[in-house]
Design a protein around this ligand. Structure first.
Ligand SMILES: [Zn+2]
Length: 258
């Protein structure tokens, strides 16, 4: 029987709010990133076309097996490295791999403070590291698409860092509302990047459509990550296009990033 994962995914989606806001003021010190006209609205990644690599092999996975889940995530990150390196190279954006760490409990150092309670994974732009919480909740559902979708989402934040899109948060906001509006664009774009990658390798995964819809329907409304209907919209939009070209949340109509 499938159990509700709504609190789980809320944790997932809460992740960048912490990492992003905690480090927003120091992002600019994080080495060279593409400069020039706002990468958020006009990055060449939006013209990089479809992912050309169409395969990613999932490693054997079963519920409640920490070691298997670790190996599984490492292999998905390998796939993401291969696909995104190819993609960014075509967009003439310098590529580097993110680091990956897993932890069994909250409070572990991430490079952007301690791993926050309620999050499933965190991307820290300062050290380009993804920290993934492998707790009993997600391990019990290890065969579902959550591990795959969440790691692809966090990787999306890494792509935002490499492209300079993340730097859009590196400015002074007059209101919390304005900050949240930009964080939503970052988060919904990470969902779209995740969907685009998943769509590109979907045929090789041998999964059912219900695996994707199960993950999508677990999302719910938050001010930092948007309405569940928009989360679903951006995942599906990326998935159908198999390309980051359709992921420009920064020029999207307001109701799509609410
Ligand atoms: Zn995120």
């Amino acid at each position: 029987m499938r159990i509700s994962v709504i609190p789980l995914l809320s944790g997932v989606l809460a992740s960048l709010l912490f990492a992003g806001t905690a480090s927003a003021g120091t992002l600019a010190q994080n080495g060279p990133v593409p400069a020039g006209k706002s990468p958020a609205t006009s990055s060449p990644v939006y013209k990089s076309g479809k992912f050309e690599i169409k395969a990613c092999e999932e490693q054997p996975i079963q519920p409640d097996d920490l070691d298997a889940a670790r190996v599984y995530l490492e292999f998905v990150v390998d796939c993401l490295n291969t696909s995104w390196e190819d993609q960014l190279t075509r967009a003439r954006i310098p590529f580097s791999k993110p680091k990956l760490a897993t932890t069994s409990h909250v409070g572990t150092p991430t490079g952007c403070g301690k791993f926050p309670k309620g999050a499933q994974a965190v991307y820290c732009p300062l050290n380009k590291k993804i920290t993934f919480l492998l707790d009993p909740g997600i391990l019990s559902q290890a065969t579902e698409l959550f591990l795959f979708e969440v790691i692809a989402h966090e990787y999306g934040h890494h792509v935002q860092q490499l492209t300079g899109i993340m730097n859009t948060l590196n400015r002074k906001y007059k209101t919390q509302k304005a900050l949240l509006a930009d964080i939503r664009k970052i988060e919904l774009q990470a969902e779209c990047f995740s969907g685009a990658f998943i769509g590109s390798v979907w045929q090789s995964l041998g999964r059912r459509e219900s695996d994707l819809s199960y993950v999508i329907q677990a999302a719910y409304d938050t001010a930092s990550h948007g309405k569940s209907v928009n989360i679903a919209y951006w995942i599906r939009r990326g998935f159908d296009a198999e390309s980051p070209d359709v992921c420009n949340t920064f020029t999207a109509p307001k109701p799509k990033v609410s």
